[in-house]
Design a protein around this ligand. Structure first.
Ligand SMILES: Cc1cc2nc3c(=O)[nH]c(=O)nc-3n(C[C@H](O)[C@H](O)[C@H](O)COP(=O)(O)OP(=O)(O)OC[C@H]3O[C@@H](n4cnc5c(N)ncnc54)[C@H](O)[C@@H]3O)c2cc1C
Ligand code: SF4
Length: 332
């Protein structure tokens, strides 16, 4: 690991002047479960690390107030999974409880989960100079790409966004609170993410001198919601594909439907087509199947990941049925 200076400010305000206007020189450290790996592998080589672990108060709390629940960016994944304040949001708590294993969930934070870097094996190999590390080509396009994107249109870099908390939070209409040199700004969570295409871009839209401080979920009459993911093995693994579904029940039908796909595109993907397939209808096996078909339409898989298209159909169907309160028949 390259030597670096270490700073541990006690407030967000004290952290800001320590940050740089360009990516690469300085990194924020939360639980370290992603950043330290990258440093040890020489994928990230900052000169300065600014730890957020000394910041207390709201940064590390989950608070229900008024019509919203606010989760500080420093809250641990394990605390999200077990939170009473978040009991109305099983899509989120369930997804948090599925992440990695207990060790990672007790170190990793909300901010780190949303801002973690992608898992592409070419990106994580210090010797591979791919597009996202200043090189000229994406090695996954004609290389080993079974875990990469299937919605690839217009993307020179075909990573999948790695956060399993992002799809449920987007489905629940969450917003991000971001603090930087110009003050505080609030961003709809889906706008916090972007498809990076070069070294100077990240998987999120934060500036290098900004800090994500909290995520706020509207909590007035919470929608029905669920998340469902398929993994290769039960623990210590990112999902192959994930879907989060939220809707408001109105008499017998679903209103304000939101369907968000995870691990299939460089950003979490809002599926308008899947939402349309459920909007104004009763959520049944037939309509949930139709939503899955609609979600998968338009996928353009790579040479090694066509199998993910079938999984998209399955996860959308199952997340919709779970959100509707159906018994998970697939568990036997
Ligand atoms: C075996 C394994 C399996 C995993 N499976 C999953 C999974 O299924 N789903 C999933 O979502 N994740 C998974 N993860 C990733 C895990 O969730 C992340 O490593 C963790 O959430 C990162 O949090 P952290 O606090 O440790 O972040 P850190 O490693 O400290 O930081 C990660 C990045 O986020 C930035 N950052 C952190 N906090 C902030 C902030 N407040 N503002 C701005 N930038 C910030 C840092 O600068 C850094 O670049 C897995 C990890 C492992 C090791
Ligand atoms: S998918 Fe992105 S990170 Fe992976 S090799 Fe291609 S350009 Fe690099």
């Amino acid at each position: 690991m390259k030597n670096f200076t270490y700073h541990r400010p006690a407030t967000v305000a004290a952290a800001l002047p320590l940050l740089d206007a360009e990516w690469g020189k300085t990194e924020l450290l939360a639980g370290g479960t992603d950043l330290l790996d990258r440093q040890k592998e020489y994928v990230s080589q900052p000169d300065k690390v600014v730890s957020l672990t000394g910041i207390g108060g709201a940064f590390k709390q989950i608070a229900a107030a008024g019509d919203a629940v606010t989760i500080g960016a420093g809250v641990k994944l394990a605390d999200i999974a077990e939170s009473k304040e978040l009991a109305a949001f099983p899509a989120l708590t369930g997804a948090a409880g599925e992440i990695a294993g207990p060790q990672i969930r007790n170190m990793g934070t909300l901010g780190g989960s949303l801002c973690q870097r992608n898992r592409c094996w070419y990106f994580r190999d210090e010797h591979v100079p791919c597009l996202l590390k200043g090189g000229k080509k994406c090695f996954a396009l004609d290389g080993e790409n079974e875990y990469h994107a299937v919605f690839t249109q217009g993307h020179p870099c075909v990573i999948v966004h790695p956060s399993t908390l992002a799809p449920p939070l987007i489905a629940l209409g969450a917003t991000a609170e971001v603090v930087g040199p110009k003050g505080t700004r609030t961003v709809p969570l889906e706008k916090l993410f972007q498809a990076p295409a070069k070294e100077t871009q990240r998987e999120h839209t934060l500036a290098p001198n900004e800090v994500l401080v909290a995520v706020k979920i509207p909590a007035k009459e919470p929608p029905r919601n669920a998340s469902y993911e398929v993994k290769q093995r039960e623990t210590s693994e990112w999902p192959l594909v994930q879907a989060a579904v939220a809707f408001r029940p109105f008499v017998k039908v679903a209103r304000d439907v939101r369907v968000v796909l995870g691990h299939v595109a460089p950003t979490p993907l809002v599926s308008e087509a899947a939402a349309k397939a459920l909007e104004g209808k009763e959520v049944t096996d037939a309509t949930a199947t139709a939503a899955g078909e609609a979600a998968a339409a338009g996928a353009k898989p790579l040479s090694g990941n066509g199998y993910k298209v079938a999984l998209v159909k399955t996860v959308v169907k199952r997340a919709a049925l779970l959100a509707a309160g159906a018994r998970p028949y697939w568990e036997g």
